[in-house]
Design a protein around this ligand. Structure first.
Ligand code: ANZ
Ligand code: ZN
Length: 816
């Protein structure tokens, strides 16, 4: 009797793997194996590994291990995204340095990963908070600066009042800070930006390469985030003012239906054009608007608000005077911060018109009821009416025609607009990469010369790190005051640090050699490994990390440093691990601890539960799964592997044919299932093979049959993708050395995949006239042909039958 003791297997195999390093990727140019690059989104060291890590790394490891077994030279590295706010907050609380907390947590997580048995190449580990790493953030910043892709500008920015720092647009989720959930406010500040907008078209167009490899919803989210629209800029004169005001519209065809004009209440323009007697009302209104988030402002169900500015605009196509209003539903930083309002065909304009009793004029006849009466705008296709020279045209023709007219008069032009904004880079926090710029009163912004990099952090700890609205670095005067690199005069370092999303925008390139000293990454090695064949991580990064990395890759491509433009060929977004139908949280008290689960059931059972729970994209409700049942299954599989009594190397062809067919069919299916990311079904097949082998031992050919050995060996190899410890032990007990990782992935024998035949009864006028041996998956049509070709059947038919009823694969009934 063999007892399955998961903890004993872990204690035995973990040190052996550390010694054997079966998963170290090879850089040997003579290595004939084709390469694959497998990557999991690297963790933030916020504590020990949690259930979410348990899931994503278990899933990704199935693919990585499968490729190893298949004979690829696989790069599967791990590192830590180790700059960021939580370390700083912990340091303030404990009066310590953020590095202490950070590196202690990294060690904890590294040990947990090793216990969890993930097939990482541990020789390539990196931490983004190491000066050897962030030095290259600074080097890259300098290159971006030289190319005009890093620049400083003033303007309204998102400010998290809790974390006391600015945030990029991508880090504001539904008006709240992505990290802490505080409501984000606007502040006027001068900050560093990366010019991601220069790459808007390429970020959109290169998505064609990702179709099929990335989840459609992530592509859609990026497309919407970039938000490219085509339309026209139209210039309106304002009475009593020299300068015209430009609006952006996607519907220049509706220009004759513009019945009023709206300026964003918070745009400087509103106050500029406002009649003096309305200024008081505008100021009061602006104070109200300042309290709202963009999301609230754009909500379609929100009651419309606004003030009349006491002036009129002139429609450039018909000279009509239309009133100018200020409102919150027009945003200051989109388009030109002003719109022509066409209430008949735009719902928000219609809501506003009805609230303030402004006219509604239909200019596109769509066949729908009059919006002025129904309150429902008609944005659809139709024929132009009430529009002078455009009357009778369809929408597309009208757009083309009106643009010609506007261009002819110099009052407008066709244009493309984007929702995407430049990436705000500066953070007023300590635990990040210092921005390598020195501000000189004479020379301006001077980059720190490459050979003086890295600019390391001053030694601040505890209270000195507390957020106070300016970067804590500003208080380190010795650090701040430096000679200008250009003129040697007194100058000051920039005291902000970079958004930590910079760190993760290129880390996957450094993994090829994290100790490389001649640049951010070894260009030659990246040529061999990149781009990433399979990336696995959470969908929460859809418009953050995944957009920024794509941008960095394109810039690096333009610098000639990488020869691809897309970093991640395939992307898998795993679901979340939840409990009792809800996200795990301290408040709900429904948290599940990964370490405790492993202590209770063993690594293999926890990993198997994660993989078996359902399709990898789905959430796993821990209340609905059973790691205990997984453990019981593994114990069964373990016994099967340990009870085999034939010797290794005996020809399986001499063994039981029925079991051999089950083994080879399972192998064939599992291969295809793993390749199509259907890992849970692959586990179900392994379970079936285990049962079939058990039966063969107990009530079939017996434990000494070579087919039983073949089944158990195949099981060990397949199981190693999901439950590596039990697979290793089983493989060893089956008489093999030194590791199942080196076993290779067996090929299914096609001769054994042919399905058994079934007997089909053919009746003529209700009497059995023939029996045919057919494949169990024969189609009705093929079976009908076979039946009618039978000589026996034909001898009972004089002509074409009146009717043939086919029930494949077992019955054909012919009515003569
Ligand atoms: C007139 C019009 C008529 C419009 C119509 C739409 C329908 P997208 O597609 O998202 O780019 N718009 C322009 N600037 C705006 C701003 N700063 N704040 C809020 N809305 C703004 O949207 C472009 C449309 O959004 C523009 O086309 C404009 O309204 C509005 F039947 O102009 B449209
Ligand atoms: Zn200077």
């Amino acid at each position: 009797e063999q007892v399955y003791d998961p903890q004993a297997l872990q204690a035995k195999w973990q040190p052996r793997w550390e010694e054997l390093k079966p998963y170290a990727a090879s850089e040997d140019p003579a290595d004939p194996r084709p390469r694959k690059y497998m990557l999991d989104m690297f963790p933030y060291p916020s504590g020990d590994l949690h259930m979410g890590h348990g899931e994503v790394f278990a899933i990704a490891d199935v693919v990585a291990r499968y490729w190893f077994q298949k004979g690829y030279n696989v790069l599967h590295p791990i590192g830590w995204d180790s700059f960021g706010l939580p370390a700083e907050n912990a340091a303030i609380k404990r009066n310590a340095h953020p590095a202490e907390w950070t590196y202690a947590n990294i060690e904890t997580q590294a040990n947990s990963f090793k216990r969890y048995g993930i097939s990482f190449d541990w020789t390539r580990r990196l931490h983004t908070s190491d000066p050897e790493y962030f030095r290259w953030n600074q080097w890259l910043f300098n290159r971006f600066f030289e190319r005009g892709l890093a620049y400083r500008k003033g303007g309204l920015v998102n400010w998290c009042p809790n974390d006391q720092t600015v945030l990029a647009n991508e880090q504001v989720v539904q008006g709240k800070c992505e990290r802490c959930g505080a409501v984000v406010v606007r502040r006027e500040l001068t900050q560093w930006y990366f010019k991601i907008t220069d790459y808007a078209d390429r970020l959109l167009d290169d998505m064609a390469q990702l179709e099929g490899g990335w989840p459609e919803r992530v592509l859609t989210m990026q497309r919407n985030w970039i938000g490219r629209s085509t339309g026209a800029d139209v210039r309106f004169q304002i009475e009593g003012r020299e300068e015209p005001v430009t609006v952006y519209t996607t519907r220049p065809d509706t220009l004759f239906g513009a019945t009023f004009f709206v300026v964003a209440a918070d745009a400087p323009l509103a106050a500029e054009i406002c009649a003096p007697e309305e200024l008081g009302a505008l100021e009061a209104y602006r104070a109200e608007v300042a309290k709202l988030t963009d999301i609230e402002r754009l909500a379609t169900d929100k009651e419309k608000t606004g003030v009349f500015l006491g002036v009129h605009a002139i429609n450039p196509v018909n000279g009509e005077r239309i009133p100018v209003w200020a409102a919150d539903y027009v945003l200051a930083d989109y388009g030109h911060g002003a719109i022509m309002a066409v209430p008949a065909h735009d719902q928000r304009d219609l809501d506003f018109a009805r609230k303030f009793e402004l006219p509604v004029r239909v200019v596109v006849h769509t066949g729908m009821a009059d919006p002025g009466e129904t309150g429902i705008a008609t944005p659809g296709e139709g024929t132009l009416v009430n529009s002078g020279p455009l009357d009778g045209l369809a929408k597309a023709e009208a757009i083309a025609r009106i643009i010609e007219v506007l261009e002819g008069h110099g009052t407008g032009r066709a244009t493309v607009n984007y929702r995407l904004r430049d990436w705000l880079l500066s953070r007023q926090r300590f635990w990040g990469t210092p921005i390598p710029i020195i501000h000189c009163p004479d020379c301006g912004e001077v980059p720190v010369p490459d050979e003086q990099l890295p600019v390391t952090l001053p030694d601040l700890r505890g209270e000195a790190l507390a957020p106070r609205g300016v970067s804590p670095l500003a208080s380190a005067t010795d650090w701040v005051n430096v000679p200008c690199p250009k003129c040697a005069g007194p100058a000051k370092r920039d005291t902000d640090t970079m958004d930590t999303f910079v760190d993760s925008s290129w880390y996957f390139l450094r993994y090829v050699d994290p100790t490389y000293e001649d640049g951010p990454f070894d260009v030659e090695r990246v040529r061999k490994w990149g781009p990433i064949d399979q990336y696995v991580g959470g969908v929460e990064h859809a418009v953050l990390h995944l957009l920024y990395s794509r941008f960095f890759t394109k810039v690096l491509h333009d610098m000639g440093m990488v020869d691809f433009v897309e970093p991640f060929l395939r992307l898998l977004n795993q679901g979340q691990v939840i409990n009792e139908g809800k996200a795990m949280s301290k408040n709900l008290g429904n948290g599940v601890d990964l370490g405790q689960q492993i202590d209770a059931y063993g690594v293999d059972a926890v990993r198997l539960t994660m993989v078996f729970a359902g399709p990898p994209e789905d959430d796993i409700d821990w209340a609905d799964v059973s790691p205990f049942a997984s453990q019981k299954f593994l114990a069964r599989a373990f016994r099967v592997m340990t009870e085999v009594s034939s010797a290794p190397g005996v020809d399986p062809a001499t063994g039981d044919l029925a079991l051999r067919k089950v083994t080879h069919r399972t192998l064939d299916e599992v291969t295809r299932l793993v390749e199509s990311n259907r890992f849970n079904v692959a586990v179900a097949r392994m379970m079936e093979l285990t049962s079939a082998t058990r039966k063969a031992i107990d009530s079939g050919p017996g434990a000494a049959d070579p087919a039983v050995r073949e089944a158990a060996e195949t099981l060990a190899i397949m199981l190693s993708l999901v439950a590596p410890y039990v697979a290793e032990e089983g493989w060893e007990r089956l008489g093999h050395q030194p590791s199942v990782a080196l076993a290779g992935w067996p090929a299914a024998d096609p001769a054994l995949l042919v399905l058994d035949s079934v007997t089909c009864v053919v009746q003529v006028a209700g009497k059995v006239r023939d029996r045919l041996e057919v494949s169990p998956d024969i189609s009705d049509a093929d079976l009908e042909v076979l039946a009618l070709e039978s000589d026996k059947v034909r001898s009972y038919l004089s002509g074409a039958p009146r009717k043939v009823i086919v029930r494949a694969p077992k019955l054909v009934n012919i009515v003569p």
